[in-house]
Write a protein that binds this ligand. Structure first.
Ligand code: ATP
Length: 233
């Protein structure tokens, strides 16, 4: 579904990512864990076209994706749910969701809307409420729901648990599993390594812009280096 080969990227001539090789297979949840500033967000931006890679390739769904405009990648089924969520605050929950489906053109939206409401019943209850009045957890659900409205093949999720209570974190992470079970692949970055490693089929550890370790999520959670550096054990 997604392959990075030798991907490098940075800002204003400053290299942040150093030749990343990474793969997400169809139907997989893959996590990238790493400390603050390791380059997790930058990796997602380089994949979704928000910044242009300076080296290497991104292949998505069998076609080159590096150097492709983000809007075109959305049309091809690559959706990035950024940290900060970028919702349309004064618009209602339902309006935000409908706007997520702009790439579907004039196709009827009742079915995708029904699916999002099934996944996040609280959004159905609040469908007429302005997005800016939702709690942090509800806004995160709305941001994910809006991405689902576009009919993604791959979701890039940036720190979905940031600012959420433990209970809400699990609500959101359970939803990530349900999304995968519906056939959407997921690449997730998380500072909370314990959550991410428990959830992910496979995970990568990113340190100072380089991938230093990878393996099945639960296996990495037992790795002494990972436990010491990221799980505080
Ligand atoms: P965090 O969890 O804090 O978001 P991260 O692993 O996602 O950490 P990035 O946000 O990718 O890390 O940042 C990696 C490095 O790139 C940091 O040194 C950061 O200061 C730098 N950086 C991030 N965004 C920019 C930008 N727009 N311009 C210049 N440097 C940036």
């Amino acid at each position: 579904m997604l392959t990075l080969e030798g991907l490098s990227a940075g800002y204003h001539g400053l290299q942040i990512l150093h030749q990343l090789d990474l793969r997400v297979a169809e139907g997989e949840i893959v996590a990238i864990v790493g400390a603050n500033g390791a380059g997790k967000t930058t990796t997602l931006k380089a994949i979704s076209g928000l910044i242009k890679p300076t080296g290497g390739t991104v292949t998505f769904d069998g076609r080159r994706a590096d150097g492709v405009r983000p809007s075109e990648l959305v049309g091809r089924g690559l959706l990035h749910v950024a940290e900060g969520r970028a919702l349309f605050g004064p618009l209602s929950v339902e309006e935000n969701l409908r706007m997520g489906a702009w790439t579907r053109g004039r196709k009827p939206l009742d079915e995708p809307l029904r699916e999002v409401f099934e996944l996040f019943p609280i959004l159905a209850e609040r469908r007429a409420q302005a997005a800016e009045t939702l709690s942090g957890g509800q806004q995160q659900m709305l941001a994910i729901g809006r991405a689902l409205m576009a009919g993604p093949k791959l979701l890039l999720l940036d720190e979905p648990s940031t600012g959420l209570s433990p209970k809400l974190t699990w609500t959101v992470l359970d939803a990530v599993k349900a999304i995968r079970d519906r056939g959407v692949s997921v690449l997730l970055v998380e500072q909370n390594a314990a959550h991410a490693l428990n959830l992910a089929d496979r995970a990568y550890v990113l340190e100072s812009g380089s991938l230093v370790l990878d393996g099945p999520g639960p296996e990495l959670a037992r790795d002494d280096r990972v436990r010491a550096a990221y799980l505080g054990l």
